[in-house]
Design a binder for this molecule. Structure first.
Ligand SMILES: C[S@@+](CC[C@H](N)C(=O)[O-])C[C@H]1O[C@@H](n2cnc3c(N)ncnc32)[C@H](O)[C@@H]1O
Length: 214
């Protein structure tokens, strides 16, 4: 994932749908369109099944999953992002039952489906986001034996950022999943070199948390 625009925002006064729709209206795609590396590594080891991507943006992760044989669903608050994701899936020749996209606010959506993987890649926002409540609700959609994968910005030095950072420890504490019902498989920081669109590079650390539902 790449960041191209940043600014100061007050979470209290900016409507999240409006904020994200505005960002996804700008002419260039915000993200690279490539799958996030951690998701590819983790999902690449799992038997294919039904996957849900929270805050799917322009659909890079969902499209990659669908191309691996998963029945993948992506949800995002921005209808503009979802329109871009649908177009990208169509360009890849993917059908709706392979890569499905839903526009909606995850804090209000009631899904009844069951998934073997729920993933959230950088599901973070500079404006209001009831993140842990959404993640906990989404975890209830995971079938026994299925996985919850959270890849999140933890440290972004030398770069002005407004998204809320989260360490693996904070992620685990915020989720507060029942240890009798969930096995924590990974909770670690992973560092990568990121190249911004203007050519600047930065060492970023991501929090990677992987749970399996028992
Ligand atoms: C930092 S972006 C990450 C996008 C994508 N997962 C990626 O890795 O490139 C966060 C995404 O979460 C979405 N989002 C923010 N709040 C949301 C909410 N309440 N419900 C659904 N999506 C939301 C935004 O529209 C945005 O696409």
């Amino acid at each position: 994932m790449a960041h191209h625009d940043r600014g100061e925002h007050s979470p209290e006064i900016i409507d999240p749908t409006q904020y994200w729709d505005d960002r996804y209206t700008r002419p260039d795609n915000i993200w690279t369109g490539h799958v996030n590396k951690v998701l590819a590594e983790v999902a690449g080891q799992l038997p294919v099944g039904r996957a849900l991507d929270l805050g799917c943006g322009e659909g890079g992760d969902v499209i990659w999953l669908a191309k691996q044989g998963w029945q993948a669903t992506g949800i995002d608050i921005s209808t503009n992002a979802i329109a871009r994701a649908r177009k990208a899936a169509e360009n890849e020749g993917l059908a709706e039952n392979q890569a499905r996209f839903i526009a909606g606010d995850l804090s209000e959506l009631a899904l009844a489906d069951e998934f073997s993987l729920v993933s959230a890649s950088f599901f973070q926002s500079p404006v209001a986001l009831d993140r842990f409540r959404i993640l906990r609700q989404a975890s209830q959609l995971i079938a026994p034996g299925g996985y919850l994968l959270l890849t999140s910005h933890a440290i972004m030095p030398h770069h002005p950022h407004t998204e809320t950072m989260v360490t693996p420890k904070e992620e685990v504490a915020g989720l507060a999943l029942d240890p009798d019902a969930w096995r924590l498989q990974t909770a670690e920081l992973r560092t990568r070199t990121h190249t911004f669109r203007n050519g600047d590079t930065a060492e970023l650390s991501d929090s990677v948390v992987l749970y399996q539902r028992l």
